[in-house]
Design a binder for this molecule. Structure first.
Ligand code: FAD
Length: 368
């Protein structure tokens, strides 16, 4: 007997939505469910009095892949926003990422040669750095480390960088150009009208059931579709049988202020160890909103547990080994597809998730 749906998709984030769109366009019947009460997963934006608030952290679209850029432009117009955050260290302001503007602010150096010489003189050589502190001192020197890295990393990990392994930071790039643009990608911007609208446009008339947890009715959902696409946490799917995968979590504190402009920029990082939050986001600057009020969000790093949100996977050796056990087991389930940041236990940017969903769906369609 034919089942009601070809695909039951668990999760209405970018992976689930893009996969469902491709399959629907190819004539397959899809149902998306999500346990949250809204579409768009972590890219969800909520319009609050004319300002699109990024509810799960600030999201800037960036990629260098023309196909993916063309794909998202079918569903949204992107503005020309560039992410150029500022670091606030006890009231001193520095441009990020570390570039010629930052070096000028630190030392008054004007040419790349002067800046390089200054940084060299600040470095603490170490051929085999074991801690994050040793790694940073060897690569960027004392001033940048002490004012821009130490306190921020301490708050992010809630561990002193003197004790964090060097492997936690892969690189600390220094730019010898006057370029504050955080991303180096060719295509960048924010969808006008917010991500939720973009996701709604991708969805079109695909059926979606919100506030619906897959695990509360797993047997039923398996029975109504030929295949299940699962984009939730992979350890939860297997009832944590190989152990919990670790994440960093975040807490957001959002406030409406009766003023037009609070900090003059979308993102300000607080890089001292004492300020309890890591950054303040002022949402109106993503879309140049023209309002009399403003909305800010203070972002705090939090320890993850099964009850709060999983944000950043901790892809160290221990966790990757646990993940590989889940992955192996998932490959034995013929009628399941696992995709997206939680099911693949990877930090993916939006374009990577979209690229992954397009690749996965096209591979299946080519085989049919
Ligand atoms: P999600 O969006 O998490 O979707 C998964 C969905 O599955 C969720 O809605 C969840 O509710 C649902 N679900 C899970 N379990 C169940 C269940 N049992 N039953 C029903 N539903 C379930 N990327 C960028 O490109 N640029 C950025 O600037 C950027 N900023 C970021 C900032 C932060 C703080 C973070 C954490 C990430 C950022 N990202 C950014 C990455 C981006 O958020 C992800 O790439 C993208 O959201 C992943 O989409 P997804 O579909 O894999 O997962």
């Amino acid at each position: 007997m034919n089942k009601e749906y070809d695909y039951l998709i668990v999760g209405c984030g970018l992976f689930g939505v893009v996969f469902a769109r491709e399959m629907t366009d190819a004539g397959h019947k899809c149902l998306i469910i999500d346990k949250r009460n809204h579409i768009a997963g972590n890219v969800y934006t909520e319009n609050v009095d004319g300002i699109n608030v990024h509810k799960y952290g600030p999201h800037i679209f960036h990629c260098s892949d023309k196909d993916i850029w063309n794909y998202v432009n079918k569903y949204a117009n992107f503005n020309s926003f560039r992410y150029e955050p500022i670091a606030n260290y006890k009231g001193e302001l520095y441009n990020l990422p570390f570039n010629m503007n930052t070096f000028y602010q630190f030392w008054g150096t004007r040419t790349p040669e002067e800046a390089k010489a200054k940084i060299e003189s600040q470095k603490v050589p170490n051929n085999n750095p074991r801690t994050m502190e040793e790694f940073a001192l060897a690569n960027v020197g004392r001033d940048i480390y002490e004012k821009l890295i130490y306190g921020y990393s301490y708050k992010q990990w809630q561990i002193d960088p003197k004790e964090l392994p060097a492997s936690i930071i892969k690189r600390l790039p220094l730019r010898f150009t006057y370029d504050n643009n955080y991303y180096r990608d060719k295509y960048q911007g924010i969808p006008e009208g917010g991500y939720t609208q973009m996701v709604a446009n991708i969805l079109g008339d695909i059926e979606v059931k919100l506030s619906t947890d897959f695990f509360e009715n797993k047997k039923h959902f398996e029975s109504i579709a030929d295949k299940v696409v699962y984009t939730g946490k992979i350890d939860e799917f297997f009832n944590y049988e190989f152990g919990d995968l670790e994440y960093r979590s975040l807490r957001f504190e959002t406030e409406t202020l009766d003023m037009e402009n609070y900090q003059g920029i979308a993102g300000m990082n607080y890089t001292d160890a004492e300020t309890p939050y890591t950054r303040v986001i002022e949402h109106k600057h993503f879309e140049f909103a023209d309002t009399k009020h403003t909305i800010i969000t203070r972002e705090y790093s939090e320890t993850f547990n099964r009850k709060n949100e999983a944000y950043y996977p901790i892809n160290d050796e221990k966790n990757n080994n646990v993940y590989n056990q889940y992955k192996k087991k998932s490959e034995t389930l013929g009628n399941y597809i696992f995709g997206g940041r939680l099911a693949e236990y990877k930090y993916y940017d939006m374009h990577q998730v979209i690229g992954g969903a397009l690749a996965r769906s096209r591979k299946i369609l080519n085989k049919e």
